[in-house]
Ligand binder design. Structure first.
Ligand code: SAJ
Length: 437
């Protein structure tokens, strides 16, 4: 099937790079977003999201004349839906954006079109939710138009490269739909394209992120066990990973971002009776910020749940993971807010987003400012600039000699040599060390 013009609905972290990439590969692309602010920003040459290289790509797409920004879809050969699928407070998937996008396509859907869903969705969404809405147009999925699901799998921070290079799974509601999907994505995807059915493709996406969530949960649980048994989890993980079939992930302050902490719930919601492990892993990761707060309390020599009033705690890093400026669902921010709640004065330095605004938290424009009169420094995110910090240099900038390292980013011996007491997540601390600090 040949494509000349497509509509991409949703111009977020996935839709905008996808629309721009199709445009720079020669397709006429209508990029649609229902948020007028997004539309205005893009039309005025601005960008509402941050991703390395994205500005240049979007500008190239706009300048070529191939990418046009609109608030409504129009007739096209194919429609790609890349809108958010968040969850409600009770962890049920909020499919309202997908449904609204599908409804907006109905009036412009024509025989022979292809519709592709990219949004992460509960199993059977394409068949049970999307097809019926689109069929309200009078056209029938599989007979009059093609319908497919393809998950995005790109890693924030590496989106532009992974979009093109990653293997892609495309699931059709029938064989012809899968083949039509392949023809479309083959325009720019250089990774292998694998065809399957739509529900399998939906499940593949959820399995990938759930697998990662469960594996991070076990790393976090190992960290707790290591503290109980008086060992260093980081060393234990390194040694365990020498086994050719073991690859334990890293413990940390919890799971952030808008995918891994969300997607497993889609499976729990869809089959609560069958997803006990997935639910338990979510719980472990969701509890991790509280565990980090307890670690900080112990570093002060305080009992758990004690008031931290009067303590000035400096957090290094607020992003949800290293070397990105993305603060969404960040466990570091959750820790910050819990500390504020306990009465602490929280100062944070985030080199990738120095103007971050977090309620109750003083975000410092510089490291020097953030460290000035700290009572404790907590390394929350393993940003490259933090890993390069020299303990002697830090010692000159702060009166405190108390460091909590949640991500194993500091070399403990060097910091101890510079006079610091270092409390690492997943590492046992002897009682007398706690009292000494
Ligand atoms: N994390 C740990 N320990 C680890 C690895 C990660 O605590 O060993 C934490 C991170 O700090 C972060 C969270 O997990 O808070 C998630 O980070 P991530 O790098 O694992 O994943 P995301 O959310 O940036 O991107 C994921 C990717 N999925 C997988 O790796 C299976 C990406 O490929 C997906 O496209 C993306 O979710 C998505 O959009 O679904």
């Amino acid at each position: 099937m040949a494509f000349h013009k497509i509509c991409v609905l949703g111009l977020g972290y996935i839709g905008l790079p996808t629309a721009s990439t199709f445009a720079t590969h020669g397709l006429k692309v209508i990029g649609v977003d229902v948020n007028p602010q997004v539309v205005n920003t893009l039309r005025n040459g601005g960008l509402h999201i941050h991703e390395p290289g994205l500005r240049t790509l979007v500008q190239a797409a706009l300048v070529s004349g191939n990418l046009t920004i609109a608030e409504q879809p129009e007739e096209a050969d194919a429609f790609i839906i890349a809108v958010p699928t968040p969850f409600y407070g009770d962890k049920r998937a909020d499919m309202s954006y997908v449904s609204a996008a599908a409804r907006s396509i109905r009036a412009v859907l024509r025989p022979g079109n292809l519709v592709v869903l990219e949004s992460t969705s509960p199993p059977r969404t394409t068949v049970d939710v999307l097809a019926p809405i689109l069929e309200e147009s009078g056209l029938q999925a599989g007979r009059d138009f093609y319908l497919a699901y393809t998950p995005e799998r790109v890693l924030p921070g590496q989106i532009l490269r992974e979009l093109i290079e990653n293997a892609r799974v495309i699931g059709g509601i029938d064989q012809a739909s899968a083949l039509a999907g392949r023809d479309l994505y083959a325009i720019f995807v250089r990774g292998e394209i694998h065809l399957t059915d739509a529900t399998t493709a939906e499940m593949v996406k959820l399995m990938e992120n759930t697998y990662r969530d469960v594996n991070i949960a076990i790393a976090n649980e190992f960290a707790r066990l290591a503290e109980r048994f008086g060992i260093d989890v980081w060393q234990a993980i390194e040694l365990a990973n020498l086994h050719p079939r073991v690859k334990i992930l890293r413990p940390g302050p919890g799971v952030g971002g808008h995918c891994i902490g969300v997607d497993p719930w889609f499976l729990v919601e869809a089959a609560p009776d069958l997803a006990a492990l997935i639910r338990a892993a979510r719980q472990v990761n969701d509890d991790q910020p509280e565990y980090v707060v307890a670690l900080i309390e112990r570093a002060f020599g305080l009992g758990e749940g004690t008031e931290l009033a009067g303590k000035k705690i400096t957090l290094l890093g607020l992003a949800y993971k290293p070397d990105v400026d993305d603060l969404r669902e960040s466990p570091a921010i959750e820790v910050a807010q819990k500390l504020v709640h306990r009465g602490a004065q929280v100062v944070a330095y985030e080199p990738f987003k120095q103007d971050a605004q977090i309620q109750g938290v003083q975000v410092s424009p510089s490291l020097e400012e953030a460290l000035k009169d700290a009572d404790l420094i907590a390394l929350m995110v393993a940003h490259t600039p933090f890993l390069a910090l020299q303990p002697t240099q830090v010692a000159a900038l702060t009166p405190t000699r108390r460091v909590v390292d949640v991500v194993n980013g500091f070399a403990q011996p060097a910091w101890e040599q510079a006079g610091f007491s270092v409390y690492r997540l997943g590492v046992q601390r002897l009682e007398q060390d706690v009292r000494r600090a």
